[in-house]
Design a protein around this ligand. Structure first.
Ligand SMILES: Nc1ncnc2c1ncn2[C@@H]1O[C@H](COP(=O)(O)OP(=O)(O)OP(=O)(O)O)[C@@H](O)[C@H]1O
Length: 538
């Protein structure tokens, strides 16, 4: 891995969709568990491929990352912008209501400790299910409060004599809010000033002169804010150095997180980040508005995110330039989507995403609906743009050969969980999870040697995500499943550097020659969970 700077960090992410009750008397609320306990870091400049059978939650993951779906639980931290740029309300809330948060934290901690005592009195094995549940909930509450406070306060949570650290952090926040408001006014006035100059007015005109004066005043005010923030930061740094020897301070300081917690942003705050986080959909036919021309489609995002004012000649230039980058000609600007081929439409969808200068793009099956020859063109275009524009992709696809070609790392999902994660080469050449082995085995090949080898066919349907199997969710279709798999859910663990696996049997399953290093038990073959090639042909 070349780049190790995180762009997104997801921890314990969950997304449940509620299922409508089938009768008035149904008490239990059921959920489709589309994503469960997903932890994943995405690094700047990489392409992470997401594979898995239909319905395993790939698209949901992509959309939850972009906050198009609200997540049910977990954290999604974004590092592509700073807290100072966005100044989210949740930071101000935490600083203002710190005492309330601390009280909640202490209460949850005390409750968890008391329940812990009760559990240990009877023994973990014999403890009542509800008692254990209550204890776990109290621990979760404690962790949530701790996360919320410490991520913002850092070491000052542990040691902040006289509340000096908190006061300084509050001042930095307030100054940044002020600065951001001034910046918006500055950009507006700058736009008006530029327009007047373009129209041939000079500074002797009262309107232009007035605008120039306003711009200077605003610039001075912004600089004053910057100076004030820098002074506060200096004081904070001095306090941090003074507390450097304190073990508790250092421990909490390490938990400080400069990322933006996307799930805690308000709608208007998330809109500021939308331009950074874009998506390209699978179907280029339905993802473009048929009533708008290509120019209008690309313009929409630019106007919404206040890049340009409607009708600005500079915007036209920008649109044409973006279209050219995506292999579209200028004369296509006034055409409607129905006048394009599938591949060209997908280029328009790419141009629409690219125009706003994104950092992260979710490509959700973006080549699946296209002809094979066009697929390669679009994939090469995406690769080219990634290098030129320094983009990061999440590439969701069923097509393993496409994923192999484009991805740096691959994440294999099964029924809402990540079961294997690693470098593309490692996952393809040394798959460890039985599900990944079966997926790899399903890739069509023309290699005569590979054709003569045994193939594993994944039989049966994916179980219901509403009531998934207990323990390891794959155990109902796994040839290696034992009693433990039925009871204990495996954790995603690092089996070798950068290679993560959620299986109780992490041993190597394929040798260097590509042969499977296991015997398929006869009993399993009869039950048709995994069938060899000859069986399937029968
Ligand atoms: N908006 C929604 N409301 C309710 N359930 C949903 C919604 N979106 C997805 N689901 C459910 O979540 C589960 C995961 O769906 P998702 O679309 O993420 O799967 P996928 O792996 O992307 O599948 P495919 O590859 O076929 O697109 C499915 O069981 C689906 O029915």
């Amino acid at each position: 891995m070349q780049n190790t700077k995180k762009l997104l960090s997801i921890s314990n992410l969950k997304k449940y969709f509620p299922v409508a009750k089938s009768s008035f008397f149904q008490k239990e609320q059921l959920y489709v568990r589309a994503n469960e306990d997903i932890s994943l870091d995405i690094y700047e400049g990489e392409t992470i491929g997401v594979v898995g059978e239909s319905g395993c939650g790939k698209s949901t993951l992509g959309r939850v990352l972009l906050q198009l779906y609200a997540q049910t639980a977990g954290n999604t931290m974004y590092y592509g912008a700073t807290l100072d740029e966005i100044t989210p309300r949740y930071v101000a809330d935490t600083l203002q209501h710190l005492d309330k948060y601390r009280a909640r934290l202490t209460k949850a901690g005390e409750k968890a400790a008391e329940l812990d005592r009760q559990v240990s009195a009877v023994g973990e094995d014999k403890a009542d299910f509800y008692l254990l549940q209550e204890r776990n909930l109290a621990r979760c509450e404690e962790q949530t409060c701790l996360n919320a406070i410490v991520k913002i306060l850092g070491g000052f949570y542990a040691k902040d004599e006289g509340g000096k650290g908190r006061e300084l952090l509050q001042k930095v926040f307030d100054e940044n809010v002020k600065r951001n408001k001034l910046k918006t006014r500055y950009q507006d006035s700058r736009g008006k000033y530029d327009y007047c100059i373009q129209q041939g007015m000079d500074e002797s005109k009262a309107k232009v002169g007035g605008l120039k004066k306003t711009l200077e005043e605003l610039r001075e005010k912004m600089e004053a804010c910057d100076r004030s923030v820098a002074a506060c930061q200096q004081e904070l740094d001095a306090l941090r150095v003074a507390n450097d020897g304190d073990a508790e301070f250092v421990r909490y300081e390490a938990m400080r997180d400069s990322g933006i917690d996307l799930a805690r942003l308000k709608y208007s705050e998330m809109r500021l980040l939308r331009k950074d986080l874009q998506i390209i959909f699978q179907d280029p036919y339905s993802s473009l508005n048929p009533r708008l021309t290509i120019g209008q489609i690309i313009e929409e995002g630019l106007v919404t995110h206040k890049f340009y004012k409607h009708g600005s000649p500079k915007m036209r230039e920008h649109i044409v330039e973006t279209m050219k980058k995506c292999g579209l000609q200028e004369y296509m600007l006034h055409r409607y989507p129905h006048q394009f081929s599938g591949g060209q439409r997908q280029r328009v969808a790419i141009a629409r995403a690219l125009a706003v200068g994104p950092k992260f793009i979710v490509c959700d099956e973006c080549v699946s609906a296209l002809d094979v020859s066009i697929q390669s063109q679009i994939i090469n275009l995406l690769q080219e743009l990634k290098e030129k524009e320094n983009l990061t992709y999440m590439f969701i696809s069923h097509d393993l050969s496409v994923v192999r070609y484009i991805s740096d790392r691959i994440c294999v999902m099964y029924l809402g969980n990540i079961v294997e994660l690693g470098d593309a080469k490692t996952v393809f050449e040394d798959p460890r999870h039985p599900y990944t082995v079966a997926l790899m085995s399903s890739i069509p090949t023309t290699d005569p040697e590979a054709l003569s080898k045994e193939r594993i066919l994944l039989e049966g349907n994916i179980p219901s995500p509403i009531k998934p199997p207990t323990g390891c969710k794959f155990h109902t279709r796994c040839y290696m499943a034992c009693d433990k798999c039925k009871r204990v859910p495996p954790e995603l663990k690092e089996v070798e550097p950068g290679h993560f696996l959620a299986c109780h049997f992490p041993e190597r399953k394929i040798d260097r020659e590509g042969n499977y290093m296991f015997e398929l038990p006869k009993m399993e073959r009869k039950s048709n969970r995994f069938a060899r090639k000859e069986d399937a042909a029968d």
